[in-house]
Design a binder for this molecule. Structure first.
Ligand code: MRU
Length: 347
């Protein structure tokens, strides 16, 4: 998507756009081994659930290529261990676990292969995850567009765009699909404290692609909704429980409460890989807590007394009853989510 590539597998290395320094600098970080990928996910050089999943897939490839031991069980044990390590880099986005497990399952199915062929199999599965993500983005965008009309304005929170995926993004795909189809959909982007993904990433990527985007501070959402400026809210997600409760960037829950109050449809854009049918409800989703400095500082400068206490949950859970529909690549899922997610997941 566009000139800036979020993530690229190039000559046996993973090249990542460094999202910690956008929008002021565009620079890339090269991951040469599994530890590099772990650090890139943990420090949010790469972020956004699908992009984390794709990076994890390539992390497994780097781990496989580094293996110099015997073929057979010890390789499988080694890969499982490396997978567990990678999964511990961030807890909330299920795409990370999903990608690692998908690769391990593929290996299991091809147990009879030689060590070298197994390594090749790991690589082709990682590439497949990457390629499928691009198609998923487009398919979600098409479906989201059906829910809107030309000229609508959509509020979004955090960044669920090309920077969070391999293609058009999930929530933001609707703006790019609209452009392709000659429709005009405008965006309002919440700045998304503490890490400012809305300001640094969403405003950046939408503006780069010529989308009409207005940046607001998080505390302005109620006002703009009350002024009738917003026709729909579309957000991405990090994990959807089987009852429809949805974890996404902290602040999403509040936006959903406002949308319900103002009778504005609230849509969650979710790849199938982000739906966790093993998870019964939002209360079971592990919520990452990040460091105090994200709250206390902006770009390295203290914005509050240094000794003040902080609390920094990185995600919150939007209850299913606040969600109008969950839009997946396989179709639009309406309530009751318990039954309808089961149907779409074939479980
Ligand atoms: O902490 P981040 O930046 O990884 O959080 C990202 C989000 O919450 C996104 O909305 C979500 O991962 C969906 S990305 C398509």
């Amino acid at each position: 998507m566009g000139e800036i590539t979020t993530l690229e597998w190039k000559e046996g290395e993973l090249v990542l756009l460094d999202q910690t320094i956008l929008p002021n600098k565009v620079a890339y970080v090269v991951c040469k081994n599994l530890e590099d990928v772990y650090r890139a996910i943990q420090t949010m050089i790469v972020r956004g659930a699908p992009a984390i999943g794709v990076a994890a897939g390539y992390g497994m490839v780097l781990a496989a290529h580094a293996y110099k031991g015997e073929k057979g069980d010890s390789f499988f044990r080694y890969m499982k261990e490396k997978g567990e390590y990678l999964k511990s880099s961030r807890p909330t986005a299920i795409n990370l676990m999903w990608a690692v497990d998908r690769i391990l399952e593929k290996m299991e199915k091809r147990r009879e292969l030689s060590l070298e062929d197994l390594k090749r199999e790991v690589e082709s599965e990682a590439v497949a995850i990457h390629e499928e993500d691009k198609l998923t983005n487009r398919s979600i965008g098409e479906k989201l567009l059906r829910l809107l009309k030309d000229g609508d304005t959509v509020l979004t929170h955090c960044n669920a765009g090309g920077l969070a995926t391999s293609g058009y993004g999930t929530a933001l795909s609707v703006f790019y699909m609209a452009q392709e189809k000659g429709m005009k959909i405008k965006a309002f982007a919440d700045e998304t404290r503490p890490r400012l993904q809305g300001a640094n990433l969403t405003a950046f990527e939408l503006a780069q692609h010529g989308v009409d985007v207005t940046l607001i501070c998080d505390n302005m959402a109620a006002l703009v909704m009350s002024q009738g400026k917003i026709d729909a809210v579309i957000v991405g997600c990090d994990r959807v429980a089987s009852n429809g409760d949805t974890a996404n960037k902290v602040g999403t829950y509040g936006v959903s409460v406002l949308a319900k109050y103002f009778h504005i449809p609230f849509y969650v854009a979710s790849p199938i890989s982000t739906i966790d049918m093993e998870c019964a409800a939002g209360s079971e989703i592990p919520i990452e807590e990040r460091s105090w400095d994200e709250v206390l500082c902006i770009h390295g400068e203290y914005i509050a007394p240094r000794e003040i206490k902080t609390y920094n949950p990185s995600f919150d859970v939007t209850p299913a009853e606040n969600i109008t529909a969950i839009v997946t690549e396989k179709g639009i899922v309406y309530p009751p989510f318990c039954d309808n997610l089961k149907m779409i997941m074939g479980k």
